[in-house]
Design a protein around this ligand. Sequence first.
Ligand code: GLC
Length: 600
Amino acid sequence: MFLLLAVSSCAAPRSDDEPDGRGCTSTADCLGRMTLREKAGQMNQVSTATIKDKPQDLATYGVGSVLSAVGGSPTGTGGTAAQWADMVDGYQRQALKNRLGIPLLHGVDAVHGHNMVQGTTLFPQHIGMGATRDPDLVRRAEDITRQEVLGTGIRWAFAPCVCVPRDDRWGRTYEGYGEDPSIVSPLGAAAVRGLQGPRPGKDEVMATAKHFVGDGGTTFGTGDNGYLIDRGDSRMSEADLRKVHLPAFRAAVDAGVGSVMVTYSSWNGKKVHGDRYLITDVLKKELGFHGIVISDFAGVREIKGSGYADQVVRAVDAGIDMIMDPSRYKATIDAIVQGVRDGRIPSSRVDDAVRRILDAKFSLDLFKHPYADRGYAKNIGSPAHRAVAREAVRRSQVLLKNEGGALPLPRTGTYKIAVGGDADDLGLQLGGWSVSWQGHKGRTTTGTTLWQALRKTTAGTGISVRNVGAATSGDYSADVGIWVGGERPYAEGHGDSADLALGGDNARQLSALCARVKVCVAVLYSGRPLIITDQLPEVDAFVASWLPGTEAEGITDALFGKGFSGRLPVSWPKAVADEPINAGDGKKALFPQGYGISPY
Ligand code: GLC
């Protein structure tokens, strides 16, 4: 629970690296001693991809926070937990040289595990966790993520996305738990509890409910930034916005979420980053949110305005407390200071923003514990953590078809299995936000591919298994065929799709494999429903595997007898022309939301 503690003013004992004696010791004490420029400094979150060239600026400008996103890892992309912890501590050491010794708050996109770091446990992407419908499983998964994030010294995770994806053509569909707030709200709240842990303090990672509000409800074709639908316009009444997209934020706030990130998208033509009614009147006043409202990455730059300084003033005046911008911290500070001096930003607004930021830092006990707790590092990617991810994988699998008793596959026997497609590609089963922003195919981190899981499951059983890969049109036959394939990794608008197509190669490989075996099983890796209407008749069993993460033994557990319990968190369309398609809209889905068979 993230309680904004009324912080005691006990002097924090300081480690050797920190200036002794001169630091401020409570929110009130800090606020009372800070200059306007220092306050404006705290309202910045800067990318480590930029600040790495001038880390001394962290203290010089009193920067409040950094994030490690694209290019911001210790080695540019990826890196081990130890390298991350050293990087995080290095920036902290620099930042603590600021006049009042205010510690830096370091953030990262830990959205399905500590996914930017190599060797960590990666869980199914949110859409797969939505298929489990299990808040306690989500909490357990996020509690493990909390521990692995703490092992690298990071204290702020930009998760959970509590978006409600209504059009599956959106590239961020997989970041949502489902198409209905009744699915998203309890899972989002559980994620907050898991990430923030049982109590405020040094063992807590601040969660972020994102992206406020309506990012999953944009109209296809209104996308910004060159995208088809991402960052588009949510064209709906306030009643519909409140009915579909607000409940999950209310649930996250009630769960004590420490921060909320604003959406790039617009509501009825107005960028939410500049919408004071939504941010201040609805989120802060009506929902009673007392944590940090942070912009999205350079999101302030998309507000309609006359230059960057004007955009900053509009964002802060709307209620944004921290500006996430990769590099413009000096211009941001100048804009806030000048905005106050010009009377465009009330000084009380700046004090409110900085109070929220300092309260968070005291609640996280950052003043007393500013450096990585290396004690957590030993369990990063541990067998115990991976076992929970394996359970989550199995329970996220949705069985859409199973005819002729195709499944379960016998655990023993002398039958032959031929595997085709991309069964041995770890990057494909991870999806985006995995080691890199967009993710990519190949062995990008530590994990078990489905091919490796099949080898382990059949070892010593008499079952023979071979992987024909993409060469499914070759000269072979088998009793059982397992085709594995799906979407290439993507993130955000890069995944926006006009056709939700399975793709010609996938279709051809699946057909060729099924033509050479007696029983044919398809396992689809995708961040959302794809159009599989033509493929369904060709297979005896079809599994929606989503983007399962590093532990593919969860898939073989389901295939070989432990059963399927997943239920569709979104409606599955017959054709892309049916999008957007959601329960209750009167359209007939190929498989309705909630569908999933459990034959054993
Ligand atoms: C991205 C995403 C947001 C993420 C942030 C930092 O553009 O919209 O979800 O947390 O920037 O990487």
